[in-house]
Ligand binder design. Structure first.
Ligand code: PGA
Length: 255
């Protein structure tokens, strides 16, 4: 039985005040929720503060990026070991905003995946097609290519205790979520693709959906058998909306 994971991707949002306020609000809202893992990924500069603010709660912490190097002359970067050192559990990699604005390639993202596994951190590997790719019927081919970059270098065991987030780029921040049926079809494709290499690993890997998840559409998305939670952007910036999504995941995945 897979345990759902709902994770908030704060992107470039936040302040010292917001970290304390949002985490305090969330702690109250989710203290009695069972059956769903909860994580938030604030910007790097607030991770340590957020970790302290969340201590003793069920809220786990994640980062939004990592460098492929562990130390040395790499100005402006943050290493996997540093993230581990301050108590991070998850690290988002391959987000479409990094693929687009920072020109991150499938190969670089696979290197990040490897460095995270080595450090004992859990990669949250984002994959997904653009609107043009979707319209051209390339959704499955794009997702397969993005998964294969990791499968080729590390094999299917890399996905043991890892997370995949299927995020159609056209659904991110647009208010236009994939329908539950659309998302389920791609999630099943992703799981089947990994199962071609290792059925056991495929059966346990967490596959989140991301892209305009909100308090109103979460329950229906989570009712799909291969949707194991969500990576939430905009709606993770409000404690009450994020808590509704967390509760919907816990409820939907009850045995
Ligand atoms: P959104 O972002 O929920 O604001 O669409 C999701 C994401 O980019 O992870």
């Amino acid at each position: 039985m897979r345990h759902p994971l709902v994770m908030g991707n704060w992107k470039l949002n936040g302040s010292r005040h917001m970290v304390n306020e949002l985490i305090d609000g969330l702690r109250k809202e989710v203290s009695s929720v069972d059956g769903c893992d909860i994580a938030i990924a604030p910007p790097f500069i607030y991770l340590d503060q957020a970790k302290h603010q969340a201590s003793g709660s069920r809220i786990m912490l994640g980062a939004q990026n990592v460098d492929i190097n562990l130390s040395g002359a790499f100005t402006g970067e943050t290493s996997a070991n540093m993230l581990k050192d301050i108590g991070m559990k998850y690290v988002i990699i391959g987000h479409s905003e990094r693929r687009t604005y920072h020109k991150e390639s499938d190969e670089l993202i696979a290197e990040k995946f490897a460095i995270l596994k080595e450090a004992g951190l859990i990669p949250v590997l984002c994959i997904g097609e653009t609107e043009a790719e979707n319209e051209a019927g390339q959704t499955e081919a794009v997702c397969a290519r993005q998964l294969d970059a990791v499968l080729k270098t590390m094999g299917a065991p890399a996905f043991e205790n890892s997370v995949i987030a299927y995020e159609p780029v056209w659904a991110i921040g647009t208010g236009k979520s994939a329908t539950p049926a659309q998302a389920q079809a791609v999630h099943k494709f992703i799981r089947d693709h990994i199962a071609k290499h290792d059925a056991k690993v495929a059966a346990q890997v967490i596959i989140q959906y991301g892209g305009s998840v909100n308090a109103g559409n979460a329950a229906e998305l989570f009712s799909q058998p291969d949707i194991d939670g969500a990576l939430v952007g905009g709606a993770s910036l409000k404690a009450d909306a994020f808590a509704v999504i967390v509760k919907a995941a816990a409820e939907a995945k009850k045995a």
